[in-house]
Design a binder for this molecule. Structure first.
Ligand code: 4NP
Length: 153
């Protein structure tokens, strides 16, 4: 079983979408996918209604997810940790204790997307178009990740 964790700031907008999208592209008996936030403001809550909606429009149900906070033990529990932006990256890396932990952490848009040293923008304070953009970016990124995972096992 390969274990993949998606991380953003709030775990209500971007990483729940990344979790749902990647799950839709992999064999869930072989790949375990979860998500978490570096901030704890929304722990226990459902994903943002706008994330649930854009996922639903793309035939993905993320309404069973509940927000949780990233914890140091996640470095041991997961093989790959994908963050959405540079701020998530520094927050997560600041908790890493070993080189092995640090090596598990990647920016999600950098994975196999040459020339795309990009961030998934935080859509929380924007309108619905921000969520459409986030969905499109994560859909492409997860396509790459799913392909690389299928080669791996
Ligand atoms: P996310 O978006 O990191 O994509 O889940 C955010 C959601 C909530 C907050 C920040 C970002 N917040 O500050 O509550």
């Amino acid at each position: 079983m390969i274990r993949v964790l998606m991380v953003c700031l709030g775990n209500i907008c971007r990483s729940p979408l990344a979790e749902g999208i990647l799950k839709s592209k992999v064999d869930e008996t072989r790949v375990f996918v979860d998500s978490a936030g570096t901030g704890g403001w929304h722990v226990g809550e459902l994903p943002d209604a706008r994330s649930i909606q854009i996922a639903r429009q793309n035939h993905i149900d993320i309404s069973d997810q509940r927000c949780r906070k990233f914890k140091v033990h996640d470095f041991d529990d997961f093989d790959l940790i994908y963050v959405m932006d540079a701020s998530n990256l520094s927050d997560v890396l600041s908790l890493a204790k070993t080189e092995m932990h640090r090596n598990k952490v990647k920016m999600i848009l950098n994975d196999d997307m040459e020339g795309y040293a990009m961030e998934v923008p935080d859509p929380y304070y924007g309108g619905d178009r921000g969520f459409e953009n986030v969905f499109a970016l994560l859909d492409e990124a997860c396509e790459h990740i799913a392909k690389s995972l299928s080669h791996e096992a």
